[in-house]
Unconditional design. Structure first.
Length: 229
């Protein structure tokens, strides 16, 4: 949970730096605040992240993507938000080296992944999924489907929306204008190549590398093209 709060906090700080603290004119910040609330992020954490963006003594976070290959030729893409690029690149390179991988150059892996915007909205009985999908296609959505809905209260029924990377603002504006409750709005990457299937032993060796990368405080997200057995 602490890692999640740190990740969202950095994204909030970056969003405020780029678009200002007024949520009315900053759709990315609006979406991140919804995500923070859905993750039960404490109010003081949110306020601290916003304050960091306006504090002149604070170093700026930079969003940097690192690309490389892990053991057995698995492509790995690492998204970071850092105030010290020298530290971050040194750490990420050391993780790859430790587990028999190698950090690549810019563009060596990124083309294997498509970046999408992903929305999770609260489901309602009055929502016609087919009609919603037809409406959202005009705004750049590619997939709309229901998820969850088990009897377990921790798994409520939601509607997932996947769209083009550039469609984030259009989809968000449509959902807000039509009173849909946005639970989260994020960017994610999905492999556009065939997933590589490894033996259980080889898969475990790649997972050790991924786990170590994800534990780094500068790392926001890690993506790969390995098939998970």
């Amino acid at each position: 949970m602490a890692k999640t709060f740190t990740k969202i906090g950095k994204e909030i700080t970056i969003a405020v730096k780029q678009g200002g603290p007024d949520v009315t004119g900053n759709p990315r910040l609006r979406a991140l605040l919804q995500t923070a609330r859905s993750e039960n992020m404490p109010k003081e954490n949110i306020e601290r992240a916003i304050k960091k963006a306006t504090d002149k003594d604070q170093s700026d976070y930079k969003e940097i993507v690192y690309e490389g290959f892990g053991p057995h030729g698995i492509a790995i893409l690492v998204e970071t938000a850092t105030d010290n690029t020298n530290r971050t690149v040194a750490n990420v390179r050391s993780y790859f080296n430790k587990f028999g991988g190698s950090l690549g150059t810019s563009g060596s892996v990124e083309f294997m992944f498509d970046r999408k915007c992903v929305f999770k909205i609260k489901d309602r009985d009055d929502i016609d999924l087919d009609e919603l999908e037809l409406e959202l296609i005009d705004y750049g959505a590619e997939e709309v489907f229901r998820e969850g809905g088990d009897e377990d209260e921790d798994d409520p029924k939601v509607i997932m929306i996947y769209g083009e990377f550039t469609a984030m603002n259009k989809i968000q504006q449509y959902l807000e204008a039509n009173n849909y409750e946005i639970m989260s709005a994020t960017f994610e990457r999905f492999p556009n190549v065939d997933l590589k299937k490894l033996s259980p032993e080889d898969q475990a060796s790649v997972e050790k590398l991924i786990d170590m990368i994800e534990e780094d405080e500068d790392v926001q997200n890690v993506y790969h093209n390995m098939e998970i057995a």
